[in-house]
Design a protein around this ligand. Structure first.
Ligand SMILES: [Zn+2]
Length: 395
Protein backbone atom coordinates (compact mmCIF):
# COMPACT_ATOMS: atom_id res chain seq x y z
CA UNK A 1 0.00 0.00 0.00
CA UNK A 2 2.71 2.42 1.00
CA UNK A 3 4.67 1.61 -2.10
CA UNK A 4 1.64 2.22 -4.27
CA UNK A 5 1.02 5.54 -2.60
CA UNK A 6 4.55 6.78 -3.15
CA UNK A 7 4.40 5.60 -6.72
CA UNK A 8 1.19 7.47 -7.39
CA UNK A 9 2.20 10.63 -5.61
CA UNK A 10 5.43 10.68 -7.44
CA UNK A 11 3.84 10.61 -10.87
CA UNK A 12 1.41 13.30 -10.06
CA UNK A 13 4.32 15.69 -9.98
CA UNK A 14 6.59 14.33 -12.62
CA UNK A 15 4.67 14.95 -15.79
CA UNK A 16 4.84 18.31 -17.37
CA UNK A 17 1.89 19.71 -19.23
CA UNK A 18 3.68 19.37 -22.54
CA UNK A 19 2.84 15.68 -22.67
CA UNK A 20 -0.54 16.50 -24.09
CA UNK A 21 0.90 18.76 -26.72
CA UNK A 22 2.07 15.54 -28.40
CA UNK A 23 0.11 13.48 -30.85
CA UNK A 24 -1.14 10.25 -29.43
CA UNK A 25 -3.32 7.31 -30.23
CA UNK A 26 -4.60 4.54 -28.03
CA UNK A 27 -3.40 0.97 -28.16
CA UNK A 28 -6.25 -1.07 -29.56
CA UNK A 29 -7.09 -4.78 -29.49
CA UNK A 30 -9.97 -7.04 -30.44
CA UNK A 31 -11.74 -8.70 -27.54
CA UNK A 32 -12.51 -12.36 -28.01
CA UNK A 33 -14.79 -12.60 -25.03
CA UNK A 34 -16.64 -9.78 -23.32
CA UNK A 35 -15.75 -11.16 -19.92
CA UNK A 36 -12.13 -10.78 -20.84
CA UNK A 37 -11.69 -7.20 -19.65
CA UNK A 38 -9.98 -8.12 -16.40
CA UNK A 39 -7.84 -10.65 -18.16
CA UNK A 40 -6.79 -8.15 -20.82
CA UNK A 41 -6.11 -5.46 -18.24
CA UNK A 42 -3.91 -7.83 -16.29
CA UNK A 43 -2.08 -8.86 -19.41
CA UNK A 44 -1.34 -5.23 -20.24
CA UNK A 45 -0.33 -4.52 -16.64
CA UNK A 46 -3.27 -2.20 -16.06
CA UNK A 47 -4.87 -2.09 -12.68
CA UNK A 48 -8.49 -3.17 -12.83
CA UNK A 49 -9.74 -0.34 -10.62
CA UNK A 50 -12.73 1.89 -11.35
CA UNK A 51 -10.80 4.76 -12.92
CA UNK A 52 -9.16 2.55 -15.51
CA UNK A 53 -12.45 0.85 -16.33
CA UNK A 54 -14.33 4.15 -16.56
CA UNK A 55 -11.67 5.58 -18.80
CA UNK A 56 -11.80 2.47 -20.96
CA UNK A 57 -15.59 2.79 -21.31
CA UNK A 58 -15.25 6.48 -22.08
CA UNK A 59 -12.73 6.27 -24.89
CA UNK A 60 -14.73 3.46 -26.45
CA UNK A 61 -18.03 5.30 -25.99
CA UNK A 62 -19.50 2.33 -24.15
CA UNK A 63 -22.36 2.50 -21.69
CA UNK A 64 -21.05 -0.48 -19.73
CA UNK A 65 -18.86 -3.55 -19.98
CA UNK A 66 -21.91 -5.67 -20.88
CA UNK A 67 -22.11 -3.82 -24.21
CA UNK A 68 -18.75 -5.14 -25.43
CA UNK A 69 -18.99 -7.01 -28.70
CA UNK A 70 -16.69 -9.89 -29.51
CA UNK A 71 -14.01 -9.45 -32.11
CA UNK A 72 -14.58 -5.71 -32.41
CA UNK A 73 -11.58 -3.42 -31.92
CA UNK A 74 -11.43 -1.49 -28.67
CA UNK A 75 -9.05 1.09 -27.32
CA UNK A 76 -7.10 0.23 -24.21
CA UNK A 77 -6.28 2.91 -21.64
CA UNK A 78 -2.74 3.08 -23.00
CA UNK A 79 -1.50 6.09 -24.94
CA UNK A 80 0.80 5.56 -27.90
CA UNK A 81 3.29 8.32 -28.68
CA UNK A 82 5.66 8.47 -31.62
CA UNK A 83 9.23 8.08 -30.35
CA UNK A 84 11.61 10.81 -31.51
CA UNK A 85 14.55 8.41 -31.72
CA UNK A 86 16.46 10.20 -28.96
CA UNK A 87 14.94 9.66 -25.55
CA UNK A 88 11.64 9.02 -23.86
CA UNK A 89 12.17 12.00 -21.60
CA UNK A 90 12.67 14.30 -24.55
CA UNK A 91 9.88 12.84 -26.68
CA UNK A 92 7.32 13.30 -23.96
CA UNK A 93 8.72 16.56 -22.62
CA UNK A 94 9.17 15.16 -19.12
CA UNK A 95 10.96 17.14 -16.47
CA UNK A 96 12.11 14.14 -14.56
CA UNK A 97 14.34 11.20 -15.39
CA UNK A 98 12.56 8.87 -13.02
CA UNK A 99 9.22 9.42 -14.77
CA UNK A 100 10.81 8.50 -18.07
CA UNK A 101 12.45 5.47 -16.47
CA UNK A 102 9.12 4.21 -15.17
CA UNK A 103 7.69 4.43 -18.67
CA UNK A 104 10.68 2.63 -20.16
CA UNK A 105 10.28 -0.03 -17.49
CA UNK A 106 6.60 -0.45 -18.32
CA UNK A 107 7.39 -0.86 -22.03
CA UNK A 108 10.13 -3.41 -21.27
CA UNK A 109 7.83 -5.35 -18.97
CA UNK A 110 5.24 -5.67 -21.73
CA UNK A 111 7.95 -6.87 -24.06
CA UNK A 112 9.18 -9.57 -21.67
CA UNK A 113 5.55 -10.63 -21.13
CA UNK A 114 5.33 -10.87 -24.92
CA UNK A 115 2.48 -8.37 -25.03
CA UNK A 116 4.55 -6.01 -27.12
CA UNK A 117 6.61 -7.77 -29.76
CA UNK A 118 9.02 -4.90 -30.27
CA UNK A 119 10.89 -2.39 -28.16
CA UNK A 120 10.42 1.38 -28.14
CA UNK A 121 13.40 1.84 -30.42
CA UNK A 122 12.36 -0.86 -32.89
CA UNK A 123 8.71 0.15 -33.07
CA UNK A 124 9.35 3.90 -32.64
CA UNK A 125 6.43 3.88 -30.21
CA UNK A 126 6.20 4.71 -26.55
CA UNK A 127 3.31 3.25 -24.63
CA UNK A 128 2.11 5.14 -21.58
CA UNK A 129 -0.67 3.59 -19.51
CA UNK A 130 -3.42 5.84 -18.25
CA UNK A 131 -2.43 5.36 -14.61
CA UNK A 132 0.93 6.97 -15.39
CA UNK A 133 -0.81 9.93 -17.08
CA UNK A 134 -2.88 10.96 -14.10
CA UNK A 135 -2.58 14.42 -12.70
CA UNK A 136 -2.72 16.04 -16.11
CA UNK A 137 -4.78 19.13 -16.64
CA UNK A 138 -6.24 18.03 -19.92
CA UNK A 139 -7.31 14.47 -19.50
CA UNK A 140 -9.61 12.72 -21.94
CA UNK A 141 -11.86 11.33 -19.24
CA UNK A 142 -15.16 9.65 -20.22
CA UNK A 143 -17.33 12.67 -19.50
CA UNK A 144 -14.64 14.98 -20.73
CA UNK A 145 -14.02 13.77 -24.21
CA UNK A 146 -14.72 16.17 -27.04
CA UNK A 147 -18.07 15.75 -28.73
CA UNK A 148 -17.48 14.23 -32.11
CA UNK A 149 -19.91 11.98 -33.94
CA UNK A 150 -18.89 9.22 -36.27
CA UNK A 151 -20.84 8.25 -39.32
CA UNK A 152 -23.37 6.24 -37.35
CA UNK A 153 -25.83 7.43 -34.68
CA UNK A 154 -23.96 7.95 -31.44
CA UNK A 155 -24.65 8.73 -27.80
CA UNK A 156 -23.58 11.84 -25.91
CA UNK A 157 -24.80 11.84 -22.30
CA UNK A 158 -24.13 15.58 -21.84
CA UNK A 159 -27.29 16.35 -23.85
CA UNK A 160 -29.50 14.50 -21.40
CA UNK A 161 -31.42 11.26 -21.74
CA UNK A 162 -33.97 12.34 -24.33
CA UNK A 163 -31.43 14.14 -26.53
CA UNK A 164 -28.29 12.05 -26.11
CA UNK A 165 -28.51 10.26 -29.42
CA UNK A 166 -27.22 12.09 -32.47
CA UNK A 167 -27.79 10.97 -36.01
CA UNK A 168 -25.21 12.41 -38.41
CA UNK A 169 -26.68 14.79 -40.99
CA UNK A 170 -23.62 15.81 -42.98
CA UNK A 171 -19.84 16.05 -42.77
CA UNK A 172 -19.78 19.72 -43.75
CA UNK A 173 -18.00 20.71 -40.55
CA UNK A 174 -15.47 17.91 -40.56
CA UNK A 175 -12.16 19.00 -39.02
CA UNK A 176 -13.83 22.10 -37.59
CA UNK A 177 -13.39 22.59 -33.88
CA UNK A 178 -15.80 24.74 -31.87
CA UNK A 179 -15.50 25.80 -28.26
CA UNK A 180 -18.82 26.81 -26.80
CA UNK A 181 -18.60 28.96 -23.72
CA UNK A 182 -22.00 29.70 -22.27
CA UNK A 183 -21.81 32.74 -20.04
CA UNK A 184 -21.42 32.57 -16.25
CA UNK A 185 -22.28 29.31 -14.47
CA UNK A 186 -21.38 27.67 -11.16
CA UNK A 187 -21.76 30.23 -8.38
CA UNK A 188 -22.45 33.02 -10.89
CA UNK A 189 -25.93 33.05 -12.44
CA UNK A 190 -25.26 36.12 -14.61
CA UNK A 191 -28.30 38.30 -15.26
CA UNK A 192 -31.44 37.50 -13.30
CA UNK A 193 -34.96 38.44 -14.34
CA UNK A 194 -38.26 37.87 -12.58
CA UNK A 195 -41.21 36.36 -14.33
CA UNK A 196 -44.17 35.86 -12.03
CA UNK A 197 -43.01 33.47 -9.34
CA UNK A 198 -40.01 32.41 -11.41
CA UNK A 199 -36.53 33.72 -11.57
CA UNK A 200 -34.80 33.46 -14.91
CA UNK A 201 -31.06 32.98 -14.71
CA UNK A 202 -28.92 33.92 -17.69
CA UNK A 203 -26.48 31.02 -17.26
CA UNK A 204 -29.21 28.36 -17.53
CA UNK A 205 -30.68 29.75 -20.75
CA UNK A 206 -27.28 30.37 -22.34
CA UNK A 207 -26.28 26.81 -21.45
CA UNK A 208 -29.42 25.24 -22.91
CA UNK A 209 -28.95 27.15 -26.16
CA UNK A 210 -25.25 26.24 -26.14
CA UNK A 211 -26.09 22.54 -25.85
CA UNK A 212 -28.58 22.77 -28.70
CA UNK A 213 -26.00 24.52 -30.84
CA UNK A 214 -23.33 21.93 -29.97
CA UNK A 215 -25.70 19.13 -30.86
CA UNK A 216 -26.41 20.67 -34.27
CA UNK A 217 -22.72 21.19 -35.00
CA UNK A 218 -21.82 17.64 -34.07
CA UNK A 219 -24.48 16.31 -36.42
CA UNK A 220 -22.58 18.09 -39.20
CA UNK A 221 -19.29 16.44 -38.27
CA UNK A 222 -17.74 19.18 -36.11
CA UNK A 223 -15.74 18.47 -32.99
CA UNK A 224 -17.23 20.48 -30.14
CA UNK A 225 -16.12 21.25 -26.63
CA UNK A 226 -18.66 22.47 -24.11
CA UNK A 227 -16.31 24.53 -21.98
CA UNK A 228 -18.97 25.23 -19.39
CA UNK A 229 -20.68 21.95 -18.67
CA UNK A 230 -23.32 20.68 -16.34
CA UNK A 231 -23.20 17.02 -15.38
CA UNK A 232 -26.89 16.98 -14.44
CA UNK A 233 -28.69 19.28 -16.88
CA UNK A 234 -29.03 18.14 -20.46
CA UNK A 235 -31.20 19.90 -23.03
CA UNK A 236 -34.43 20.83 -21.27
CA UNK A 237 -37.84 21.07 -22.89
CA UNK A 238 -39.41 23.37 -20.32
CA UNK A 239 -40.09 27.09 -20.29
CA UNK A 240 -38.66 27.74 -16.87
CA UNK A 241 -35.21 26.30 -16.40
CA UNK A 242 -34.42 25.36 -12.84
CA UNK A 243 -31.51 27.29 -11.45
CA UNK A 244 -28.54 25.28 -10.33
CA UNK A 245 -24.90 25.78 -9.51
CA UNK A 246 -23.66 22.50 -10.88
CA UNK A 247 -21.84 23.89 -13.88
CA UNK A 248 -18.18 23.08 -14.15
CA UNK A 249 -15.41 24.36 -16.36
CA UNK A 250 -13.66 21.97 -18.71
CA UNK A 251 -12.63 19.33 -17.89
CA UNK A 252 -14.49 19.29 -14.57
CA UNK A 253 -13.16 22.17 -12.53
CA UNK A 254 -15.14 24.02 -9.90
CA UNK A 255 -15.95 27.50 -11.16
CA UNK A 256 -14.60 30.20 -8.84
CA UNK A 257 -16.77 33.15 -7.86
CA UNK A 258 -14.13 35.77 -8.46
CA UNK A 259 -14.83 37.21 -11.90
CA UNK A 260 -11.27 37.42 -13.16
CA UNK A 261 -10.42 33.92 -11.90
CA UNK A 262 -13.59 32.63 -13.49
CA UNK A 263 -12.80 34.09 -16.89
CA UNK A 264 -9.15 33.12 -16.74
CA UNK A 265 -10.12 29.53 -15.97
CA UNK A 266 -12.30 29.22 -19.08
CA UNK A 267 -9.90 31.09 -21.34
CA UNK A 268 -7.08 28.79 -20.18
CA UNK A 269 -9.22 25.73 -20.87
CA UNK A 270 -9.94 26.92 -24.41
CA UNK A 271 -6.32 27.81 -25.06
CA UNK A 272 -4.92 24.49 -23.87
CA UNK A 273 -7.34 22.58 -26.06
CA UNK A 274 -6.58 24.93 -28.94
CA UNK A 275 -2.86 24.16 -28.73
CA UNK A 276 -3.61 20.46 -28.45
CA UNK A 277 -5.82 20.47 -31.55
CA UNK A 278 -3.41 22.70 -33.43
CA UNK A 279 -0.57 20.27 -32.71
CA UNK A 280 -2.82 17.59 -34.16
CA UNK A 281 -3.16 19.44 -37.42
CA UNK A 282 -6.55 21.12 -36.88
CA UNK A 283 -6.59 24.49 -38.59
CA UNK A 284 -10.18 25.62 -38.25
CA UNK A 285 -10.96 26.50 -34.64
CA UNK A 286 -13.58 28.94 -33.36
CA UNK A 287 -14.82 29.99 -29.96
CA UNK A 288 -18.34 31.23 -29.29
CA UNK A 289 -19.39 32.99 -26.13
CA UNK A 290 -23.14 32.98 -25.52
CA UNK A 291 -24.83 35.57 -23.32
CA UNK A 292 -28.20 37.09 -22.58
CA UNK A 293 -28.07 40.75 -21.79
CA UNK A 294 -29.63 42.59 -18.88
CA UNK A 295 -30.98 45.99 -19.92
CA UNK A 296 -33.96 48.08 -18.84
CA UNK A 297 -37.07 45.96 -19.22
CA UNK A 298 -38.67 48.20 -21.85
CA UNK A 299 -35.78 47.78 -24.25
CA UNK A 300 -35.93 45.09 -26.91
CA UNK A 301 -32.59 43.82 -28.13
CA UNK A 302 -32.09 41.84 -31.29
CA UNK A 303 -29.31 39.31 -31.35
CA UNK A 304 -26.00 41.09 -31.82
CA UNK A 305 -22.32 40.29 -31.83
CA UNK A 306 -19.07 41.55 -30.37
CA UNK A 307 -15.75 40.82 -32.00
CA UNK A 308 -12.23 41.17 -30.65
CA UNK A 309 -11.39 44.82 -31.38
CA UNK A 310 -8.02 44.20 -33.02
CA UNK A 311 -8.90 41.07 -34.93
CA UNK A 312 -10.12 41.29 -38.50
CA UNK A 313 -10.79 37.56 -38.52
CA UNK A 314 -13.00 37.90 -35.46
CA UNK A 315 -14.84 40.79 -37.09
CA UNK A 316 -15.36 38.76 -40.24
CA UNK A 317 -16.63 35.81 -38.23
CA UNK A 318 -19.06 38.01 -36.28
CA UNK A 319 -20.29 39.75 -39.43
CA UNK A 320 -20.89 36.46 -41.18
CA UNK A 321 -23.04 35.25 -38.29
CA UNK A 322 -24.89 38.55 -38.05
CA UNK A 323 -25.73 38.47 -41.77
CA UNK A 324 -27.34 35.06 -41.41
CA UNK A 325 -29.33 36.17 -38.39
CA UNK A 326 -30.47 39.25 -40.28
CA UNK A 327 -31.81 37.06 -43.10
CA UNK A 328 -33.58 34.83 -40.62
CA UNK A 329 -35.24 37.82 -38.96
CA UNK A 330 -36.35 39.05 -42.37
CA UNK A 331 -38.01 35.74 -43.04
CA UNK A 332 -39.77 35.45 -39.72
CA UNK A 333 -40.55 38.98 -38.58
CA UNK A 334 -43.53 40.76 -40.01
CA UNK A 335 -41.97 44.21 -40.15
CA UNK A 336 -38.65 42.67 -41.30
CA UNK A 337 -36.85 45.05 -39.00
CA UNK A 338 -33.59 43.92 -37.42
CA UNK A 339 -31.28 46.08 -35.35
CA UNK A 340 -28.58 43.59 -34.32
CA UNK A 341 -25.11 45.02 -34.84
CA UNK A 342 -21.51 43.86 -34.97
CA UNK A 343 -19.06 45.82 -32.89
CA UNK A 344 -15.66 45.52 -31.35
CA UNK A 345 -15.42 45.32 -27.59
CA UNK A 346 -12.45 44.86 -25.36
CA UNK A 347 -13.76 41.91 -23.36
CA UNK A 348 -11.45 39.56 -21.48
CA UNK A 349 -12.75 36.45 -23.24
CA UNK A 350 -12.33 38.02 -26.67
CA UNK A 351 -8.88 39.30 -25.83
CA UNK A 352 -7.48 36.18 -24.18
CA UNK A 353 -8.80 33.26 -26.19
CA UNK A 354 -6.54 32.04 -28.99
CA UNK A 355 -9.08 30.73 -31.53
CA UNK A 356 -10.99 33.25 -33.65
CA UNK A 357 -13.75 34.39 -31.34
CA UNK A 358 -17.22 35.87 -31.31
CA UNK A 359 -19.34 36.96 -28.40
CA UNK A 360 -23.07 36.70 -29.01
CA UNK A 361 -25.65 38.66 -27.05
CA UNK A 362 -28.90 36.86 -27.68
CA UNK A 363 -31.37 39.38 -26.27
CA UNK A 364 -32.55 41.26 -23.20
CA UNK A 365 -33.52 38.84 -20.45
CA UNK A 366 -35.56 41.57 -18.73
CA UNK A 367 -37.77 42.36 -21.73
CA UNK A 368 -41.09 40.53 -22.01
CA UNK A 369 -40.93 40.38 -25.79
CA UNK A 370 -37.34 39.16 -25.81
CA UNK A 371 -38.20 36.54 -23.20
CA UNK A 372 -40.36 34.88 -25.84
CA UNK A 373 -37.11 34.08 -27.61
CA UNK A 374 -35.81 32.22 -24.56
CA UNK A 375 -38.69 30.67 -22.68
CA UNK A 376 -40.34 28.34 -25.21
CA UNK A 377 -37.90 25.47 -25.83
CA UNK A 378 -38.67 25.60 -29.56
CA UNK A 379 -37.45 29.15 -29.73
CA UNK A 380 -34.22 28.27 -27.97
CA UNK A 381 -33.84 25.58 -30.59
CA UNK A 382 -34.54 28.16 -33.30
CA UNK A 383 -31.73 30.39 -32.01
CA UNK A 384 -29.38 27.40 -32.07
CA UNK A 385 -30.53 26.55 -35.60
CA UNK A 386 -29.99 30.09 -36.82
CA UNK A 387 -26.49 30.19 -35.37
CA UNK A 388 -25.82 26.79 -36.91
CA UNK A 389 -26.93 28.08 -40.30
CA UNK A 390 -24.49 30.95 -39.86
CA UNK A 391 -21.66 28.56 -39.07
CA UNK A 392 -22.47 26.22 -41.94
CA UNK A 393 -22.19 29.07 -44.38
CA UNK A 394 -18.70 29.92 -45.64
CA UNK A 395 -17.39 32.94 -43.77
ZN1 LIG B 1 -23.57 37.47 -19.45
Amino acid sequence: MRRYFIFFFFFLFCFSRSLFAQNYEFVSIAFTNEKDVNFVFKKYQLRAHRENTDFFLGINKLGGLHTLVNRRLYYLPIFKFKYNGKSVKETLGLDDWSAAEAIVKYNKLLQTKKVRPRSIVESKEIWVPYHLMKGQEIMPDPSERPLLAGKKPDNFPIFGKSHSEITPVSQKLKNHVYYIVSGHGGPDPGAIARKGKFRLHEDEYAYDIGLRLARNLISHGAKVYMIIRDPSDGIRETMYLKNGQNEKCWPSEEIPLDQLQRLKQRADAVNQLYEHNKANGIRFQRVLMLHLDSRPSNKRIDMFFYHAPKSLASKKFATSLQQTIKKKYRLTRKNKHYTGVVKGRDLYMLRKTKPIAVYAELGNLQNTQDQKRFLPPNNRQAIANWLTAGLLKKE
